[in-house]
Design a protein around this ligand. Sequence first.
Ligand code: AMP
Length: 394
Amino acid sequence: VKHSESIKKDKQVQFLHQKILVNKEIFYTMSKTIGILGGGQLARMLALAAHPLGIRTRCIDPSPDCPAAQVTECGCFAFDDVEGISRYFSGIDVLTFEFENVPVETVKALAGQYEVRPSEYALEVTQNRIREKEFCKGIGVPVPGFVSAESMTALLAKPEALFFPSVLKRTTGGYDGKGQWRLDSIDDLVALSSSSKSFEVIMEEFVPFDAEYSCIGVRSRDGDMAFYSICENVHVKGILFETVSPPEHDTEGMCDILCSYTRKIADELNYVGVIAVEYFQKDKKFYFNEFAPRVHNTGHWTIEGAATSQFENHIRACAGLPLGSTSSIGHSLMYNLLGTKGDVDALMSCASLHYHWYGKSVITDRRKVGHVTQMFSSHDQLEALRNRLGALVT
Ligand code: AMP
């Protein structure tokens, strides 16, 4: 009896040892710290999504009262202060970014110390509109016709290559419609050229699109990819105002086409994390507009409208965890709050509406300060919802 009891004890000890080992492994996976370059609303929502997983976040932002600082640790550094950022991020496991205009030199310098997800290559491609368009064209993703030049003066020197109507864009640094101009004739270009500083430009064909869509996907470290339901977007003065998912206007085969283009881009970049690609649709054709190497405004509805939000899935992909389901829960209608809190009482009284406020200290005209997501069950309800909410969010 004694002998069998001691065997039993040995087994118990072995079992406990195994358990401790397994728990250690779990501890190391779940206690990762993700460093985020940028402390805006996207970093705030990433940090909030990381909390339930036990994953820590730490951000960098030049502004001490940035939106993310209210929900996670935040270091106040300029984005080119590699030494300061490196000191503050000491001990993190993975580095990511919440906006694409963070200097690529900073990310490259930090890439030697931490895993960067998505890679600095993805950032480099998207930071330059010419490189981005050439990249997509090169892998067979259709783009609007374009011509580039080192300045508007240089562009004017090749009149045979110009086309109108067109959209002229700064090659680097533009966002939310900033740094771009619609041109109807060469006179517009001459006028703009004489009133602007010199910078590199890309002239794109103006696409008289029927609709704008975005395709948001998430790619794991192993190359698995999952896609959210396609988003149909409305921009006002170059800034996103409304997103509906699933889309109201669904061209036959659209989902397969947009997901296959997005997968091509992500595979070619060996991408890890959430990627958002914007497309124009004209008749039955789709054209790439731009991609964001990060979580995206058109995917905010996924917080309540999908089984796993884009924020949680980005955190999961960065941490090397399995991806969560991207399935939708019903229909979602998202409005940005642009420079206004909207009619808070009325909005919060709407059934199935979720109100998000980013806690920005400075509210300027048309700045993204929050958003609302209205859940609904059928596109038949859209017109009535638009009429009601459109007035409450402006
Ligand atoms: P972007 O910063 O390139 O995403 O442009 C902002 C918005 O401007 C887009 O969402 C479109 O509504 C519009 N836009 C940009 N490029 C074009 C284009 N080539 N043709 C028509 N509209 C455009």
